[in-house]
Design a protein around this ligand. Structure first.
Ligand code: ATP
Length: 901
């Protein structure tokens, strides 16, 4: 007989387990025998293949072609230096390939480290106590405790099931949840059996206890899983933009090479010299480092985000975060601490504090306290600690403090869900069966026909109901979360619906203080032009009171939309309602969150949404950024989310947005830096063609800059930390392109021209000092020519060293910029200096790059130009700050954007 044919007891027995679960002493042996409960990546791409891929992509192929052409030219026309160029290009391919591979490994390691941060825990019974363990450590025979929202971590046989429904879509493809129970099954197929839960599926509703019979690769999922889902899910718009941009620049490089070749031919340069030049121009302008730098910049940002408690599940989300315009956030636990304490009660038609209940409370309010003690979903972990909703823990503590310590067995339950906003449990008490119910007042009150007042049970009339509603408002206006408690005895004659004709026992007001850091985070959002909308299941008055405490609501009349009102709004009415500067959604169900997200997206907003329950999953998926809570979320919500907050804290969302914004800015800094040096590389050639002077910068020297000295500092700019100014700008439009006219004008039209002026001046400084006359020819190996080109190259590098510090900021002055905070830039500058010294002062450097040692006067000549670059750029930044600054303050991004669309 297979395991699904057995009774629960037989199934347990067959696996050497029992009602108390496995003994701790048996675990190690089972782990050794069956291995850890994890899937192995069966078809992981070999590192060698990945390494080879770095030498075979589009840009590498262009370089191979260029090297091939250089060697071909050498064979046709030996002695023109074409072989050196060919070898140089091979060197470039090798350095680039290794560098890109290193970047990829770094990025992958960064992401792998993140995955480890979020261990997947499960609840099991071992040695008779409920405990949490890593899902990896499950063994056959373990007794699993599952509830709504949990992922099933291994194949298991149900022992007890309560209203259990599971989503099997990962295994069978059916999207409708299926009911499951613990009865023996006659089905042939294991997967079809009603008492089997398979690894990889998830619990959509209910609770269950089950015994594990297969783990890891022995599960059905393990058998069919060939590849593991990776966290890098396709390309982000930014990565696509970069890829397009790189291809465009590569094409431009080809055209530029061809144009230079034609110009050279037209003015009668030698064919081979010309040919070599064209190849060099192409090689120098192909932006090989761009794509891996973007990936690394994103990966580094995810690591910084993790340090600030935001875990990114897929890389492209980093950048989407940067353009977020609206955050729809839950209240409980995200804006508040989820540390519940009972502050007020409403019993016997009067408000009181718990400490005012008096010694007789146990006698007068026995049913009220029994409800607080019994109507919950808490689990006792390791014998004592209560695990579950802090609000329920607070209620149990209230009952215990008043001496109510009953533990009547639970024989039934109607679980809590966000639409019903209440839950009920059924207990066997010495006085017979009793139903205890707690929930939102408007959901509980209509089900009550009587009320308990001072030892008496009275009919509940309209005046009584109004009194209760007034009491609720009074408590909610203080920001308290209010719960109504009720009960009823159940006799066999009760009709189909046990939650009816109940006795109202009282109201409880719980305080859940706002997180201290949230008010600042809300102010930061306001300044950054990000609209924050509270979407809560709680009462509108509580919601507004809390919103006011954290500064989310400042006006006297914020717009408050309840779930009931939301149901009646047409899509266009909802869209218009969202224009209100301050808006709070209260008493909304999870499915309604989705409508709010959709309406915002129709308004072209980039929406981040928080959620924790199973019902939140569709909204999390639909949002541009779905954010799940690391502590409170169900596995299903985590799976649907793009980002997980390790501390469930709203302030961490804002920190992540700041990092996201930095990524885009960093890539711009990187681009500005590498584009700048193209100008002093092209202008010498134009001067050579137009003014018939000796060529100031040779092609190998261009390669030395683009693929040698520029590389590390540029990379350093790609991983800069976020700057305080990043959160003082409005969100970037998702349409905004990476390269805009401002960037081009700054790199090409300003910084580049200044660098070109320095390079040309250094070249002529050396020539003039040696008494060279305009028009006199200079052979390629003449020591004077070698020194002059070396001076030109040195000037470019000195200017680029100054430039890297200027590129750290687009608007802010150097004095206000931390210059030494980025170790990669500092290391890059160190390497840059070492390289230029090696090129200028070592014999092999001289041989390879056609250079000659320079006297100190040349260095002294170039330094003032670097200083000039600093001063001119400071002046430009000052003018921009004064006359065309970035917008500093934005009132409402929704208003601003909707007007535009
Ligand atoms: P948020 O959506 O901001 O986290 P919330 O926790 O109040 O706020 P829900 O969890 O949807 O939102 O709860 C909605 C309402 O249901 C609560 O205001 C409360 O009245 C009631 N409620 C919440 N949890 C329970 C529970 N465990 N038992 C009974 N009623 C509950």
């Amino acid at each position: 007989m297979k395991i699904h044919h057995l009774t629960p007891e037989e199934a347990l027995d067959s696996l050497g387990s029992g009602p108390n679960g496995l003994a701790d002493t048996t675990i190690e042996g089972r782990l050794r025998e069956f291995g850890f409960n994890r899937l192995e990546e069966t078809r992981k791409k070999s590192q060698w293949l990945l390494f080879a891929g770095e030498f075979l992509h589009f840009f590498a192929l262009i370089l191979w072609l260029a090297a091939g052409l250089a060697f071909f030219a050498e064979s046709q026309q030996p002695g023109e230096g074409m072989a050196t160029l060919g070898y140089a290009i091979l060197g470039v391919i090798a350095i680039n390939g290794c560098f890109s591979f290193w970047q990829r490994v770094q990025a992958e390691q960064a992401i792998a480290a993140l995955r480890k941060l979020l261990p997947n825990q499960v609840k099991v019974v071992r040695d008779g106590a409920l405990c949490r363990i890593l899902a990896d450590e499950l063994v056959p025979g373990d007794l699993l405790v599952l509830q709504e929202g949990d992922n099933v971590p291994a194949d298991c046989r149900l022992l007890e099931a309560f209203n259990l429904r599971v989503n099997n879509s990962t295994i069978t493809g059916e999207s409708l949840p299926k009911g499951r129970d613990a009865l023996p099954s006659a089905a042939e197929d294991l997967a079809q059996s009603r008492n089997i839960l398979l690894a990889g599926t998830s619990v959509v509703a209910g609770e269950a206890k089950a015994v594990v019979f297969a783990t890891g690769m022995h599960t059905e999922f393990g058998k069919i899983a060939h590849t593991l889902k990776t966290t890098i899910k396709g390309q982000s718009p930014l990565q696509r933009q970069i890829a397009r941009l790189s291809r465009f620049v590569a094409l431009l490089a080809l055209l530029l090479g061809a144009a230079f070749f034609l110009i050279g031919q037209a003015i009668g340069l030698s064919f081979w010299e010309n040919f070599m030049f064209a190849i060099g121009i192409i090689v120098a302008n192909v932006p090989e480092g761009l794509l891996p730098t973007v990936t690394l910049a994103l990966a580094m940002a995810t690591q910084r985000m993790a340090k600030r408690n935001a875990l990114i599940r897929n890389l492209p989300s980093v950048e989407t975060l940067g353009s977020t315009t609206v955050i729809c956030t839950d209240k409980t636990g995200t804006l508040t601490q989820n540390r519940m304490a009972v502050k007020q009660l409403f019993l016997d038609n009067r408000h009181c504090r718990p400490d005012e209940l008096g010694r007789d409370s146990l006698r007068h309010h026995a049913e009220f306290l029994a409800c607080a003690a019994l109507c919950h979903d808490l689990k006792r972990v390791e014998g004592q600690h209560l695990l579950g909703d802090p609000m329920e823990v607070a209620l149990v503590n209230l009952a215990h403090d008043q001496g109510m310590r009953v533990a009547y067995p639970k024989i039934g339950e109607v679980p809590f869900d966000t639409d019903r906003k209440r839950m009920s449990t059924l207990h066997d008490t010495p006085a017979g069966k009793r139903l205890y119910c707690k929930g939102a007042l408007e959901m509980v009150l209509p089900l009550c026909s009587q009320i308990a007042v001072a030892d008496q049970i009275l009919p509940l009339d309209d005046a009584g109901r109004r009194t209760l509603q007034d009491a609720l408002q009074t408590m909610a206006d203080q920001g308290l979360r209010v719960l109504a408690l009720a009960h009823r005895p159940l006799t066999d004659s009760v009709g189909a619906d046990p939650e009816a004709a109940m006795i109202f026992s009282g109201l409880v007001g719980l305080e859940d203080p706002p997180r201290p850091e949230v008010a600042d985070a809300i102010t930061q959002c306001r300044i950054a032009g990000i609209k924050v909308i509270m979407v809560t299941g709680d009462h509108p008055h509580t919601a507004v009171a809390i919103a006011r405490q954290i500064g989310l609501v400042q006006s006297d009349h914020p717009k408050v939309i309840t779930g009931d009102r939301l149901k009646k709004l047409t899509p266009s009415q909802l869209q218009l309602a969202l224009d209100a500067p301050e808006i709070v959604f209260a008493r909304v169900g999870a499915d309604q969150k989705m409508h709010i997200v959709e309406a915002l997206q129709r308004k072209r907003q980039v929406v981040a949404v928080t959620g924790d329950g199973v019902n939140d999953a569709p909204a999390l998926k639909k949002a541009d950024i779905g954010i799940a809570m690391g502590l409170a979320s169900t596995d299903v919500a985590k799976e649907a989310a793009d980002m997980i907050l390790l501390d469930d804290n709203f302030a961490s969302i804002v920190a992540a947005i700041e990092e996201g914004r930095a990524v885009f800015d960093n890539i711009r800094k990187f681009l500005t830096y590498i584009l700048t040096s193209n100008v002093p590389e092209v202008i010498p050639y134009l001067a050579f063609v137009l003014f018939k002077i000796p060529l100031p910068l040779t092609i190998l020297q261009i390669l030395a800059v683009d693929l040698g000295t520029d590389m590390l500092p540029a990379l350093g700019l790609g991983v800069e930390k976020p700057d305080a100014a990043a959160m003082r700008k409005p969100p970037r439009s998702s349409q905004e392109s990476l390269i805009d006219w401002r960037l081009l004008a700054r790199a090409y039209g300003f910084l580049g021209l200044l660098e070109a002026a320095a390079a040309m001046a250094a070249f002529f400084f050396v020539l003039n000092a040696a008494g060279w006359d305009y028009g006199a020819s200079l052979p390629r190996h003449d020591p004077l020519y070698l020194r002059a080109t070396t001076a030109c190259l040195t000037a470019i590098i000195v200017m680029q060293i100054a430039n890297v510090f200027l590129c750290k900021q687009r608007q802010r002055g150097l004095l206000a910029t931390p210059l030494l905070d980025n170790r990669l830039i500092l290391a890059g500058v160190g390497v840059e200096i070492a390289l230029i010294l090696a090129i200028v002062y070592t014999p092999w450097g001289n041989l390879l790059f056609g250079t000659a040692p320079l006297g100190h006067e040349v260095w002294l000549f170039t330094l003032p130009f670097a200083l000039g670059l600093l001063i001119c750029e400071e002046l430009r930044k000052w003018l921009v700050r004064r006359f065309a600054p970035f917008p500093r303050h934005v009132k409402s991004p929704v208003l601003r954007r909707s007007r535009r669309c």
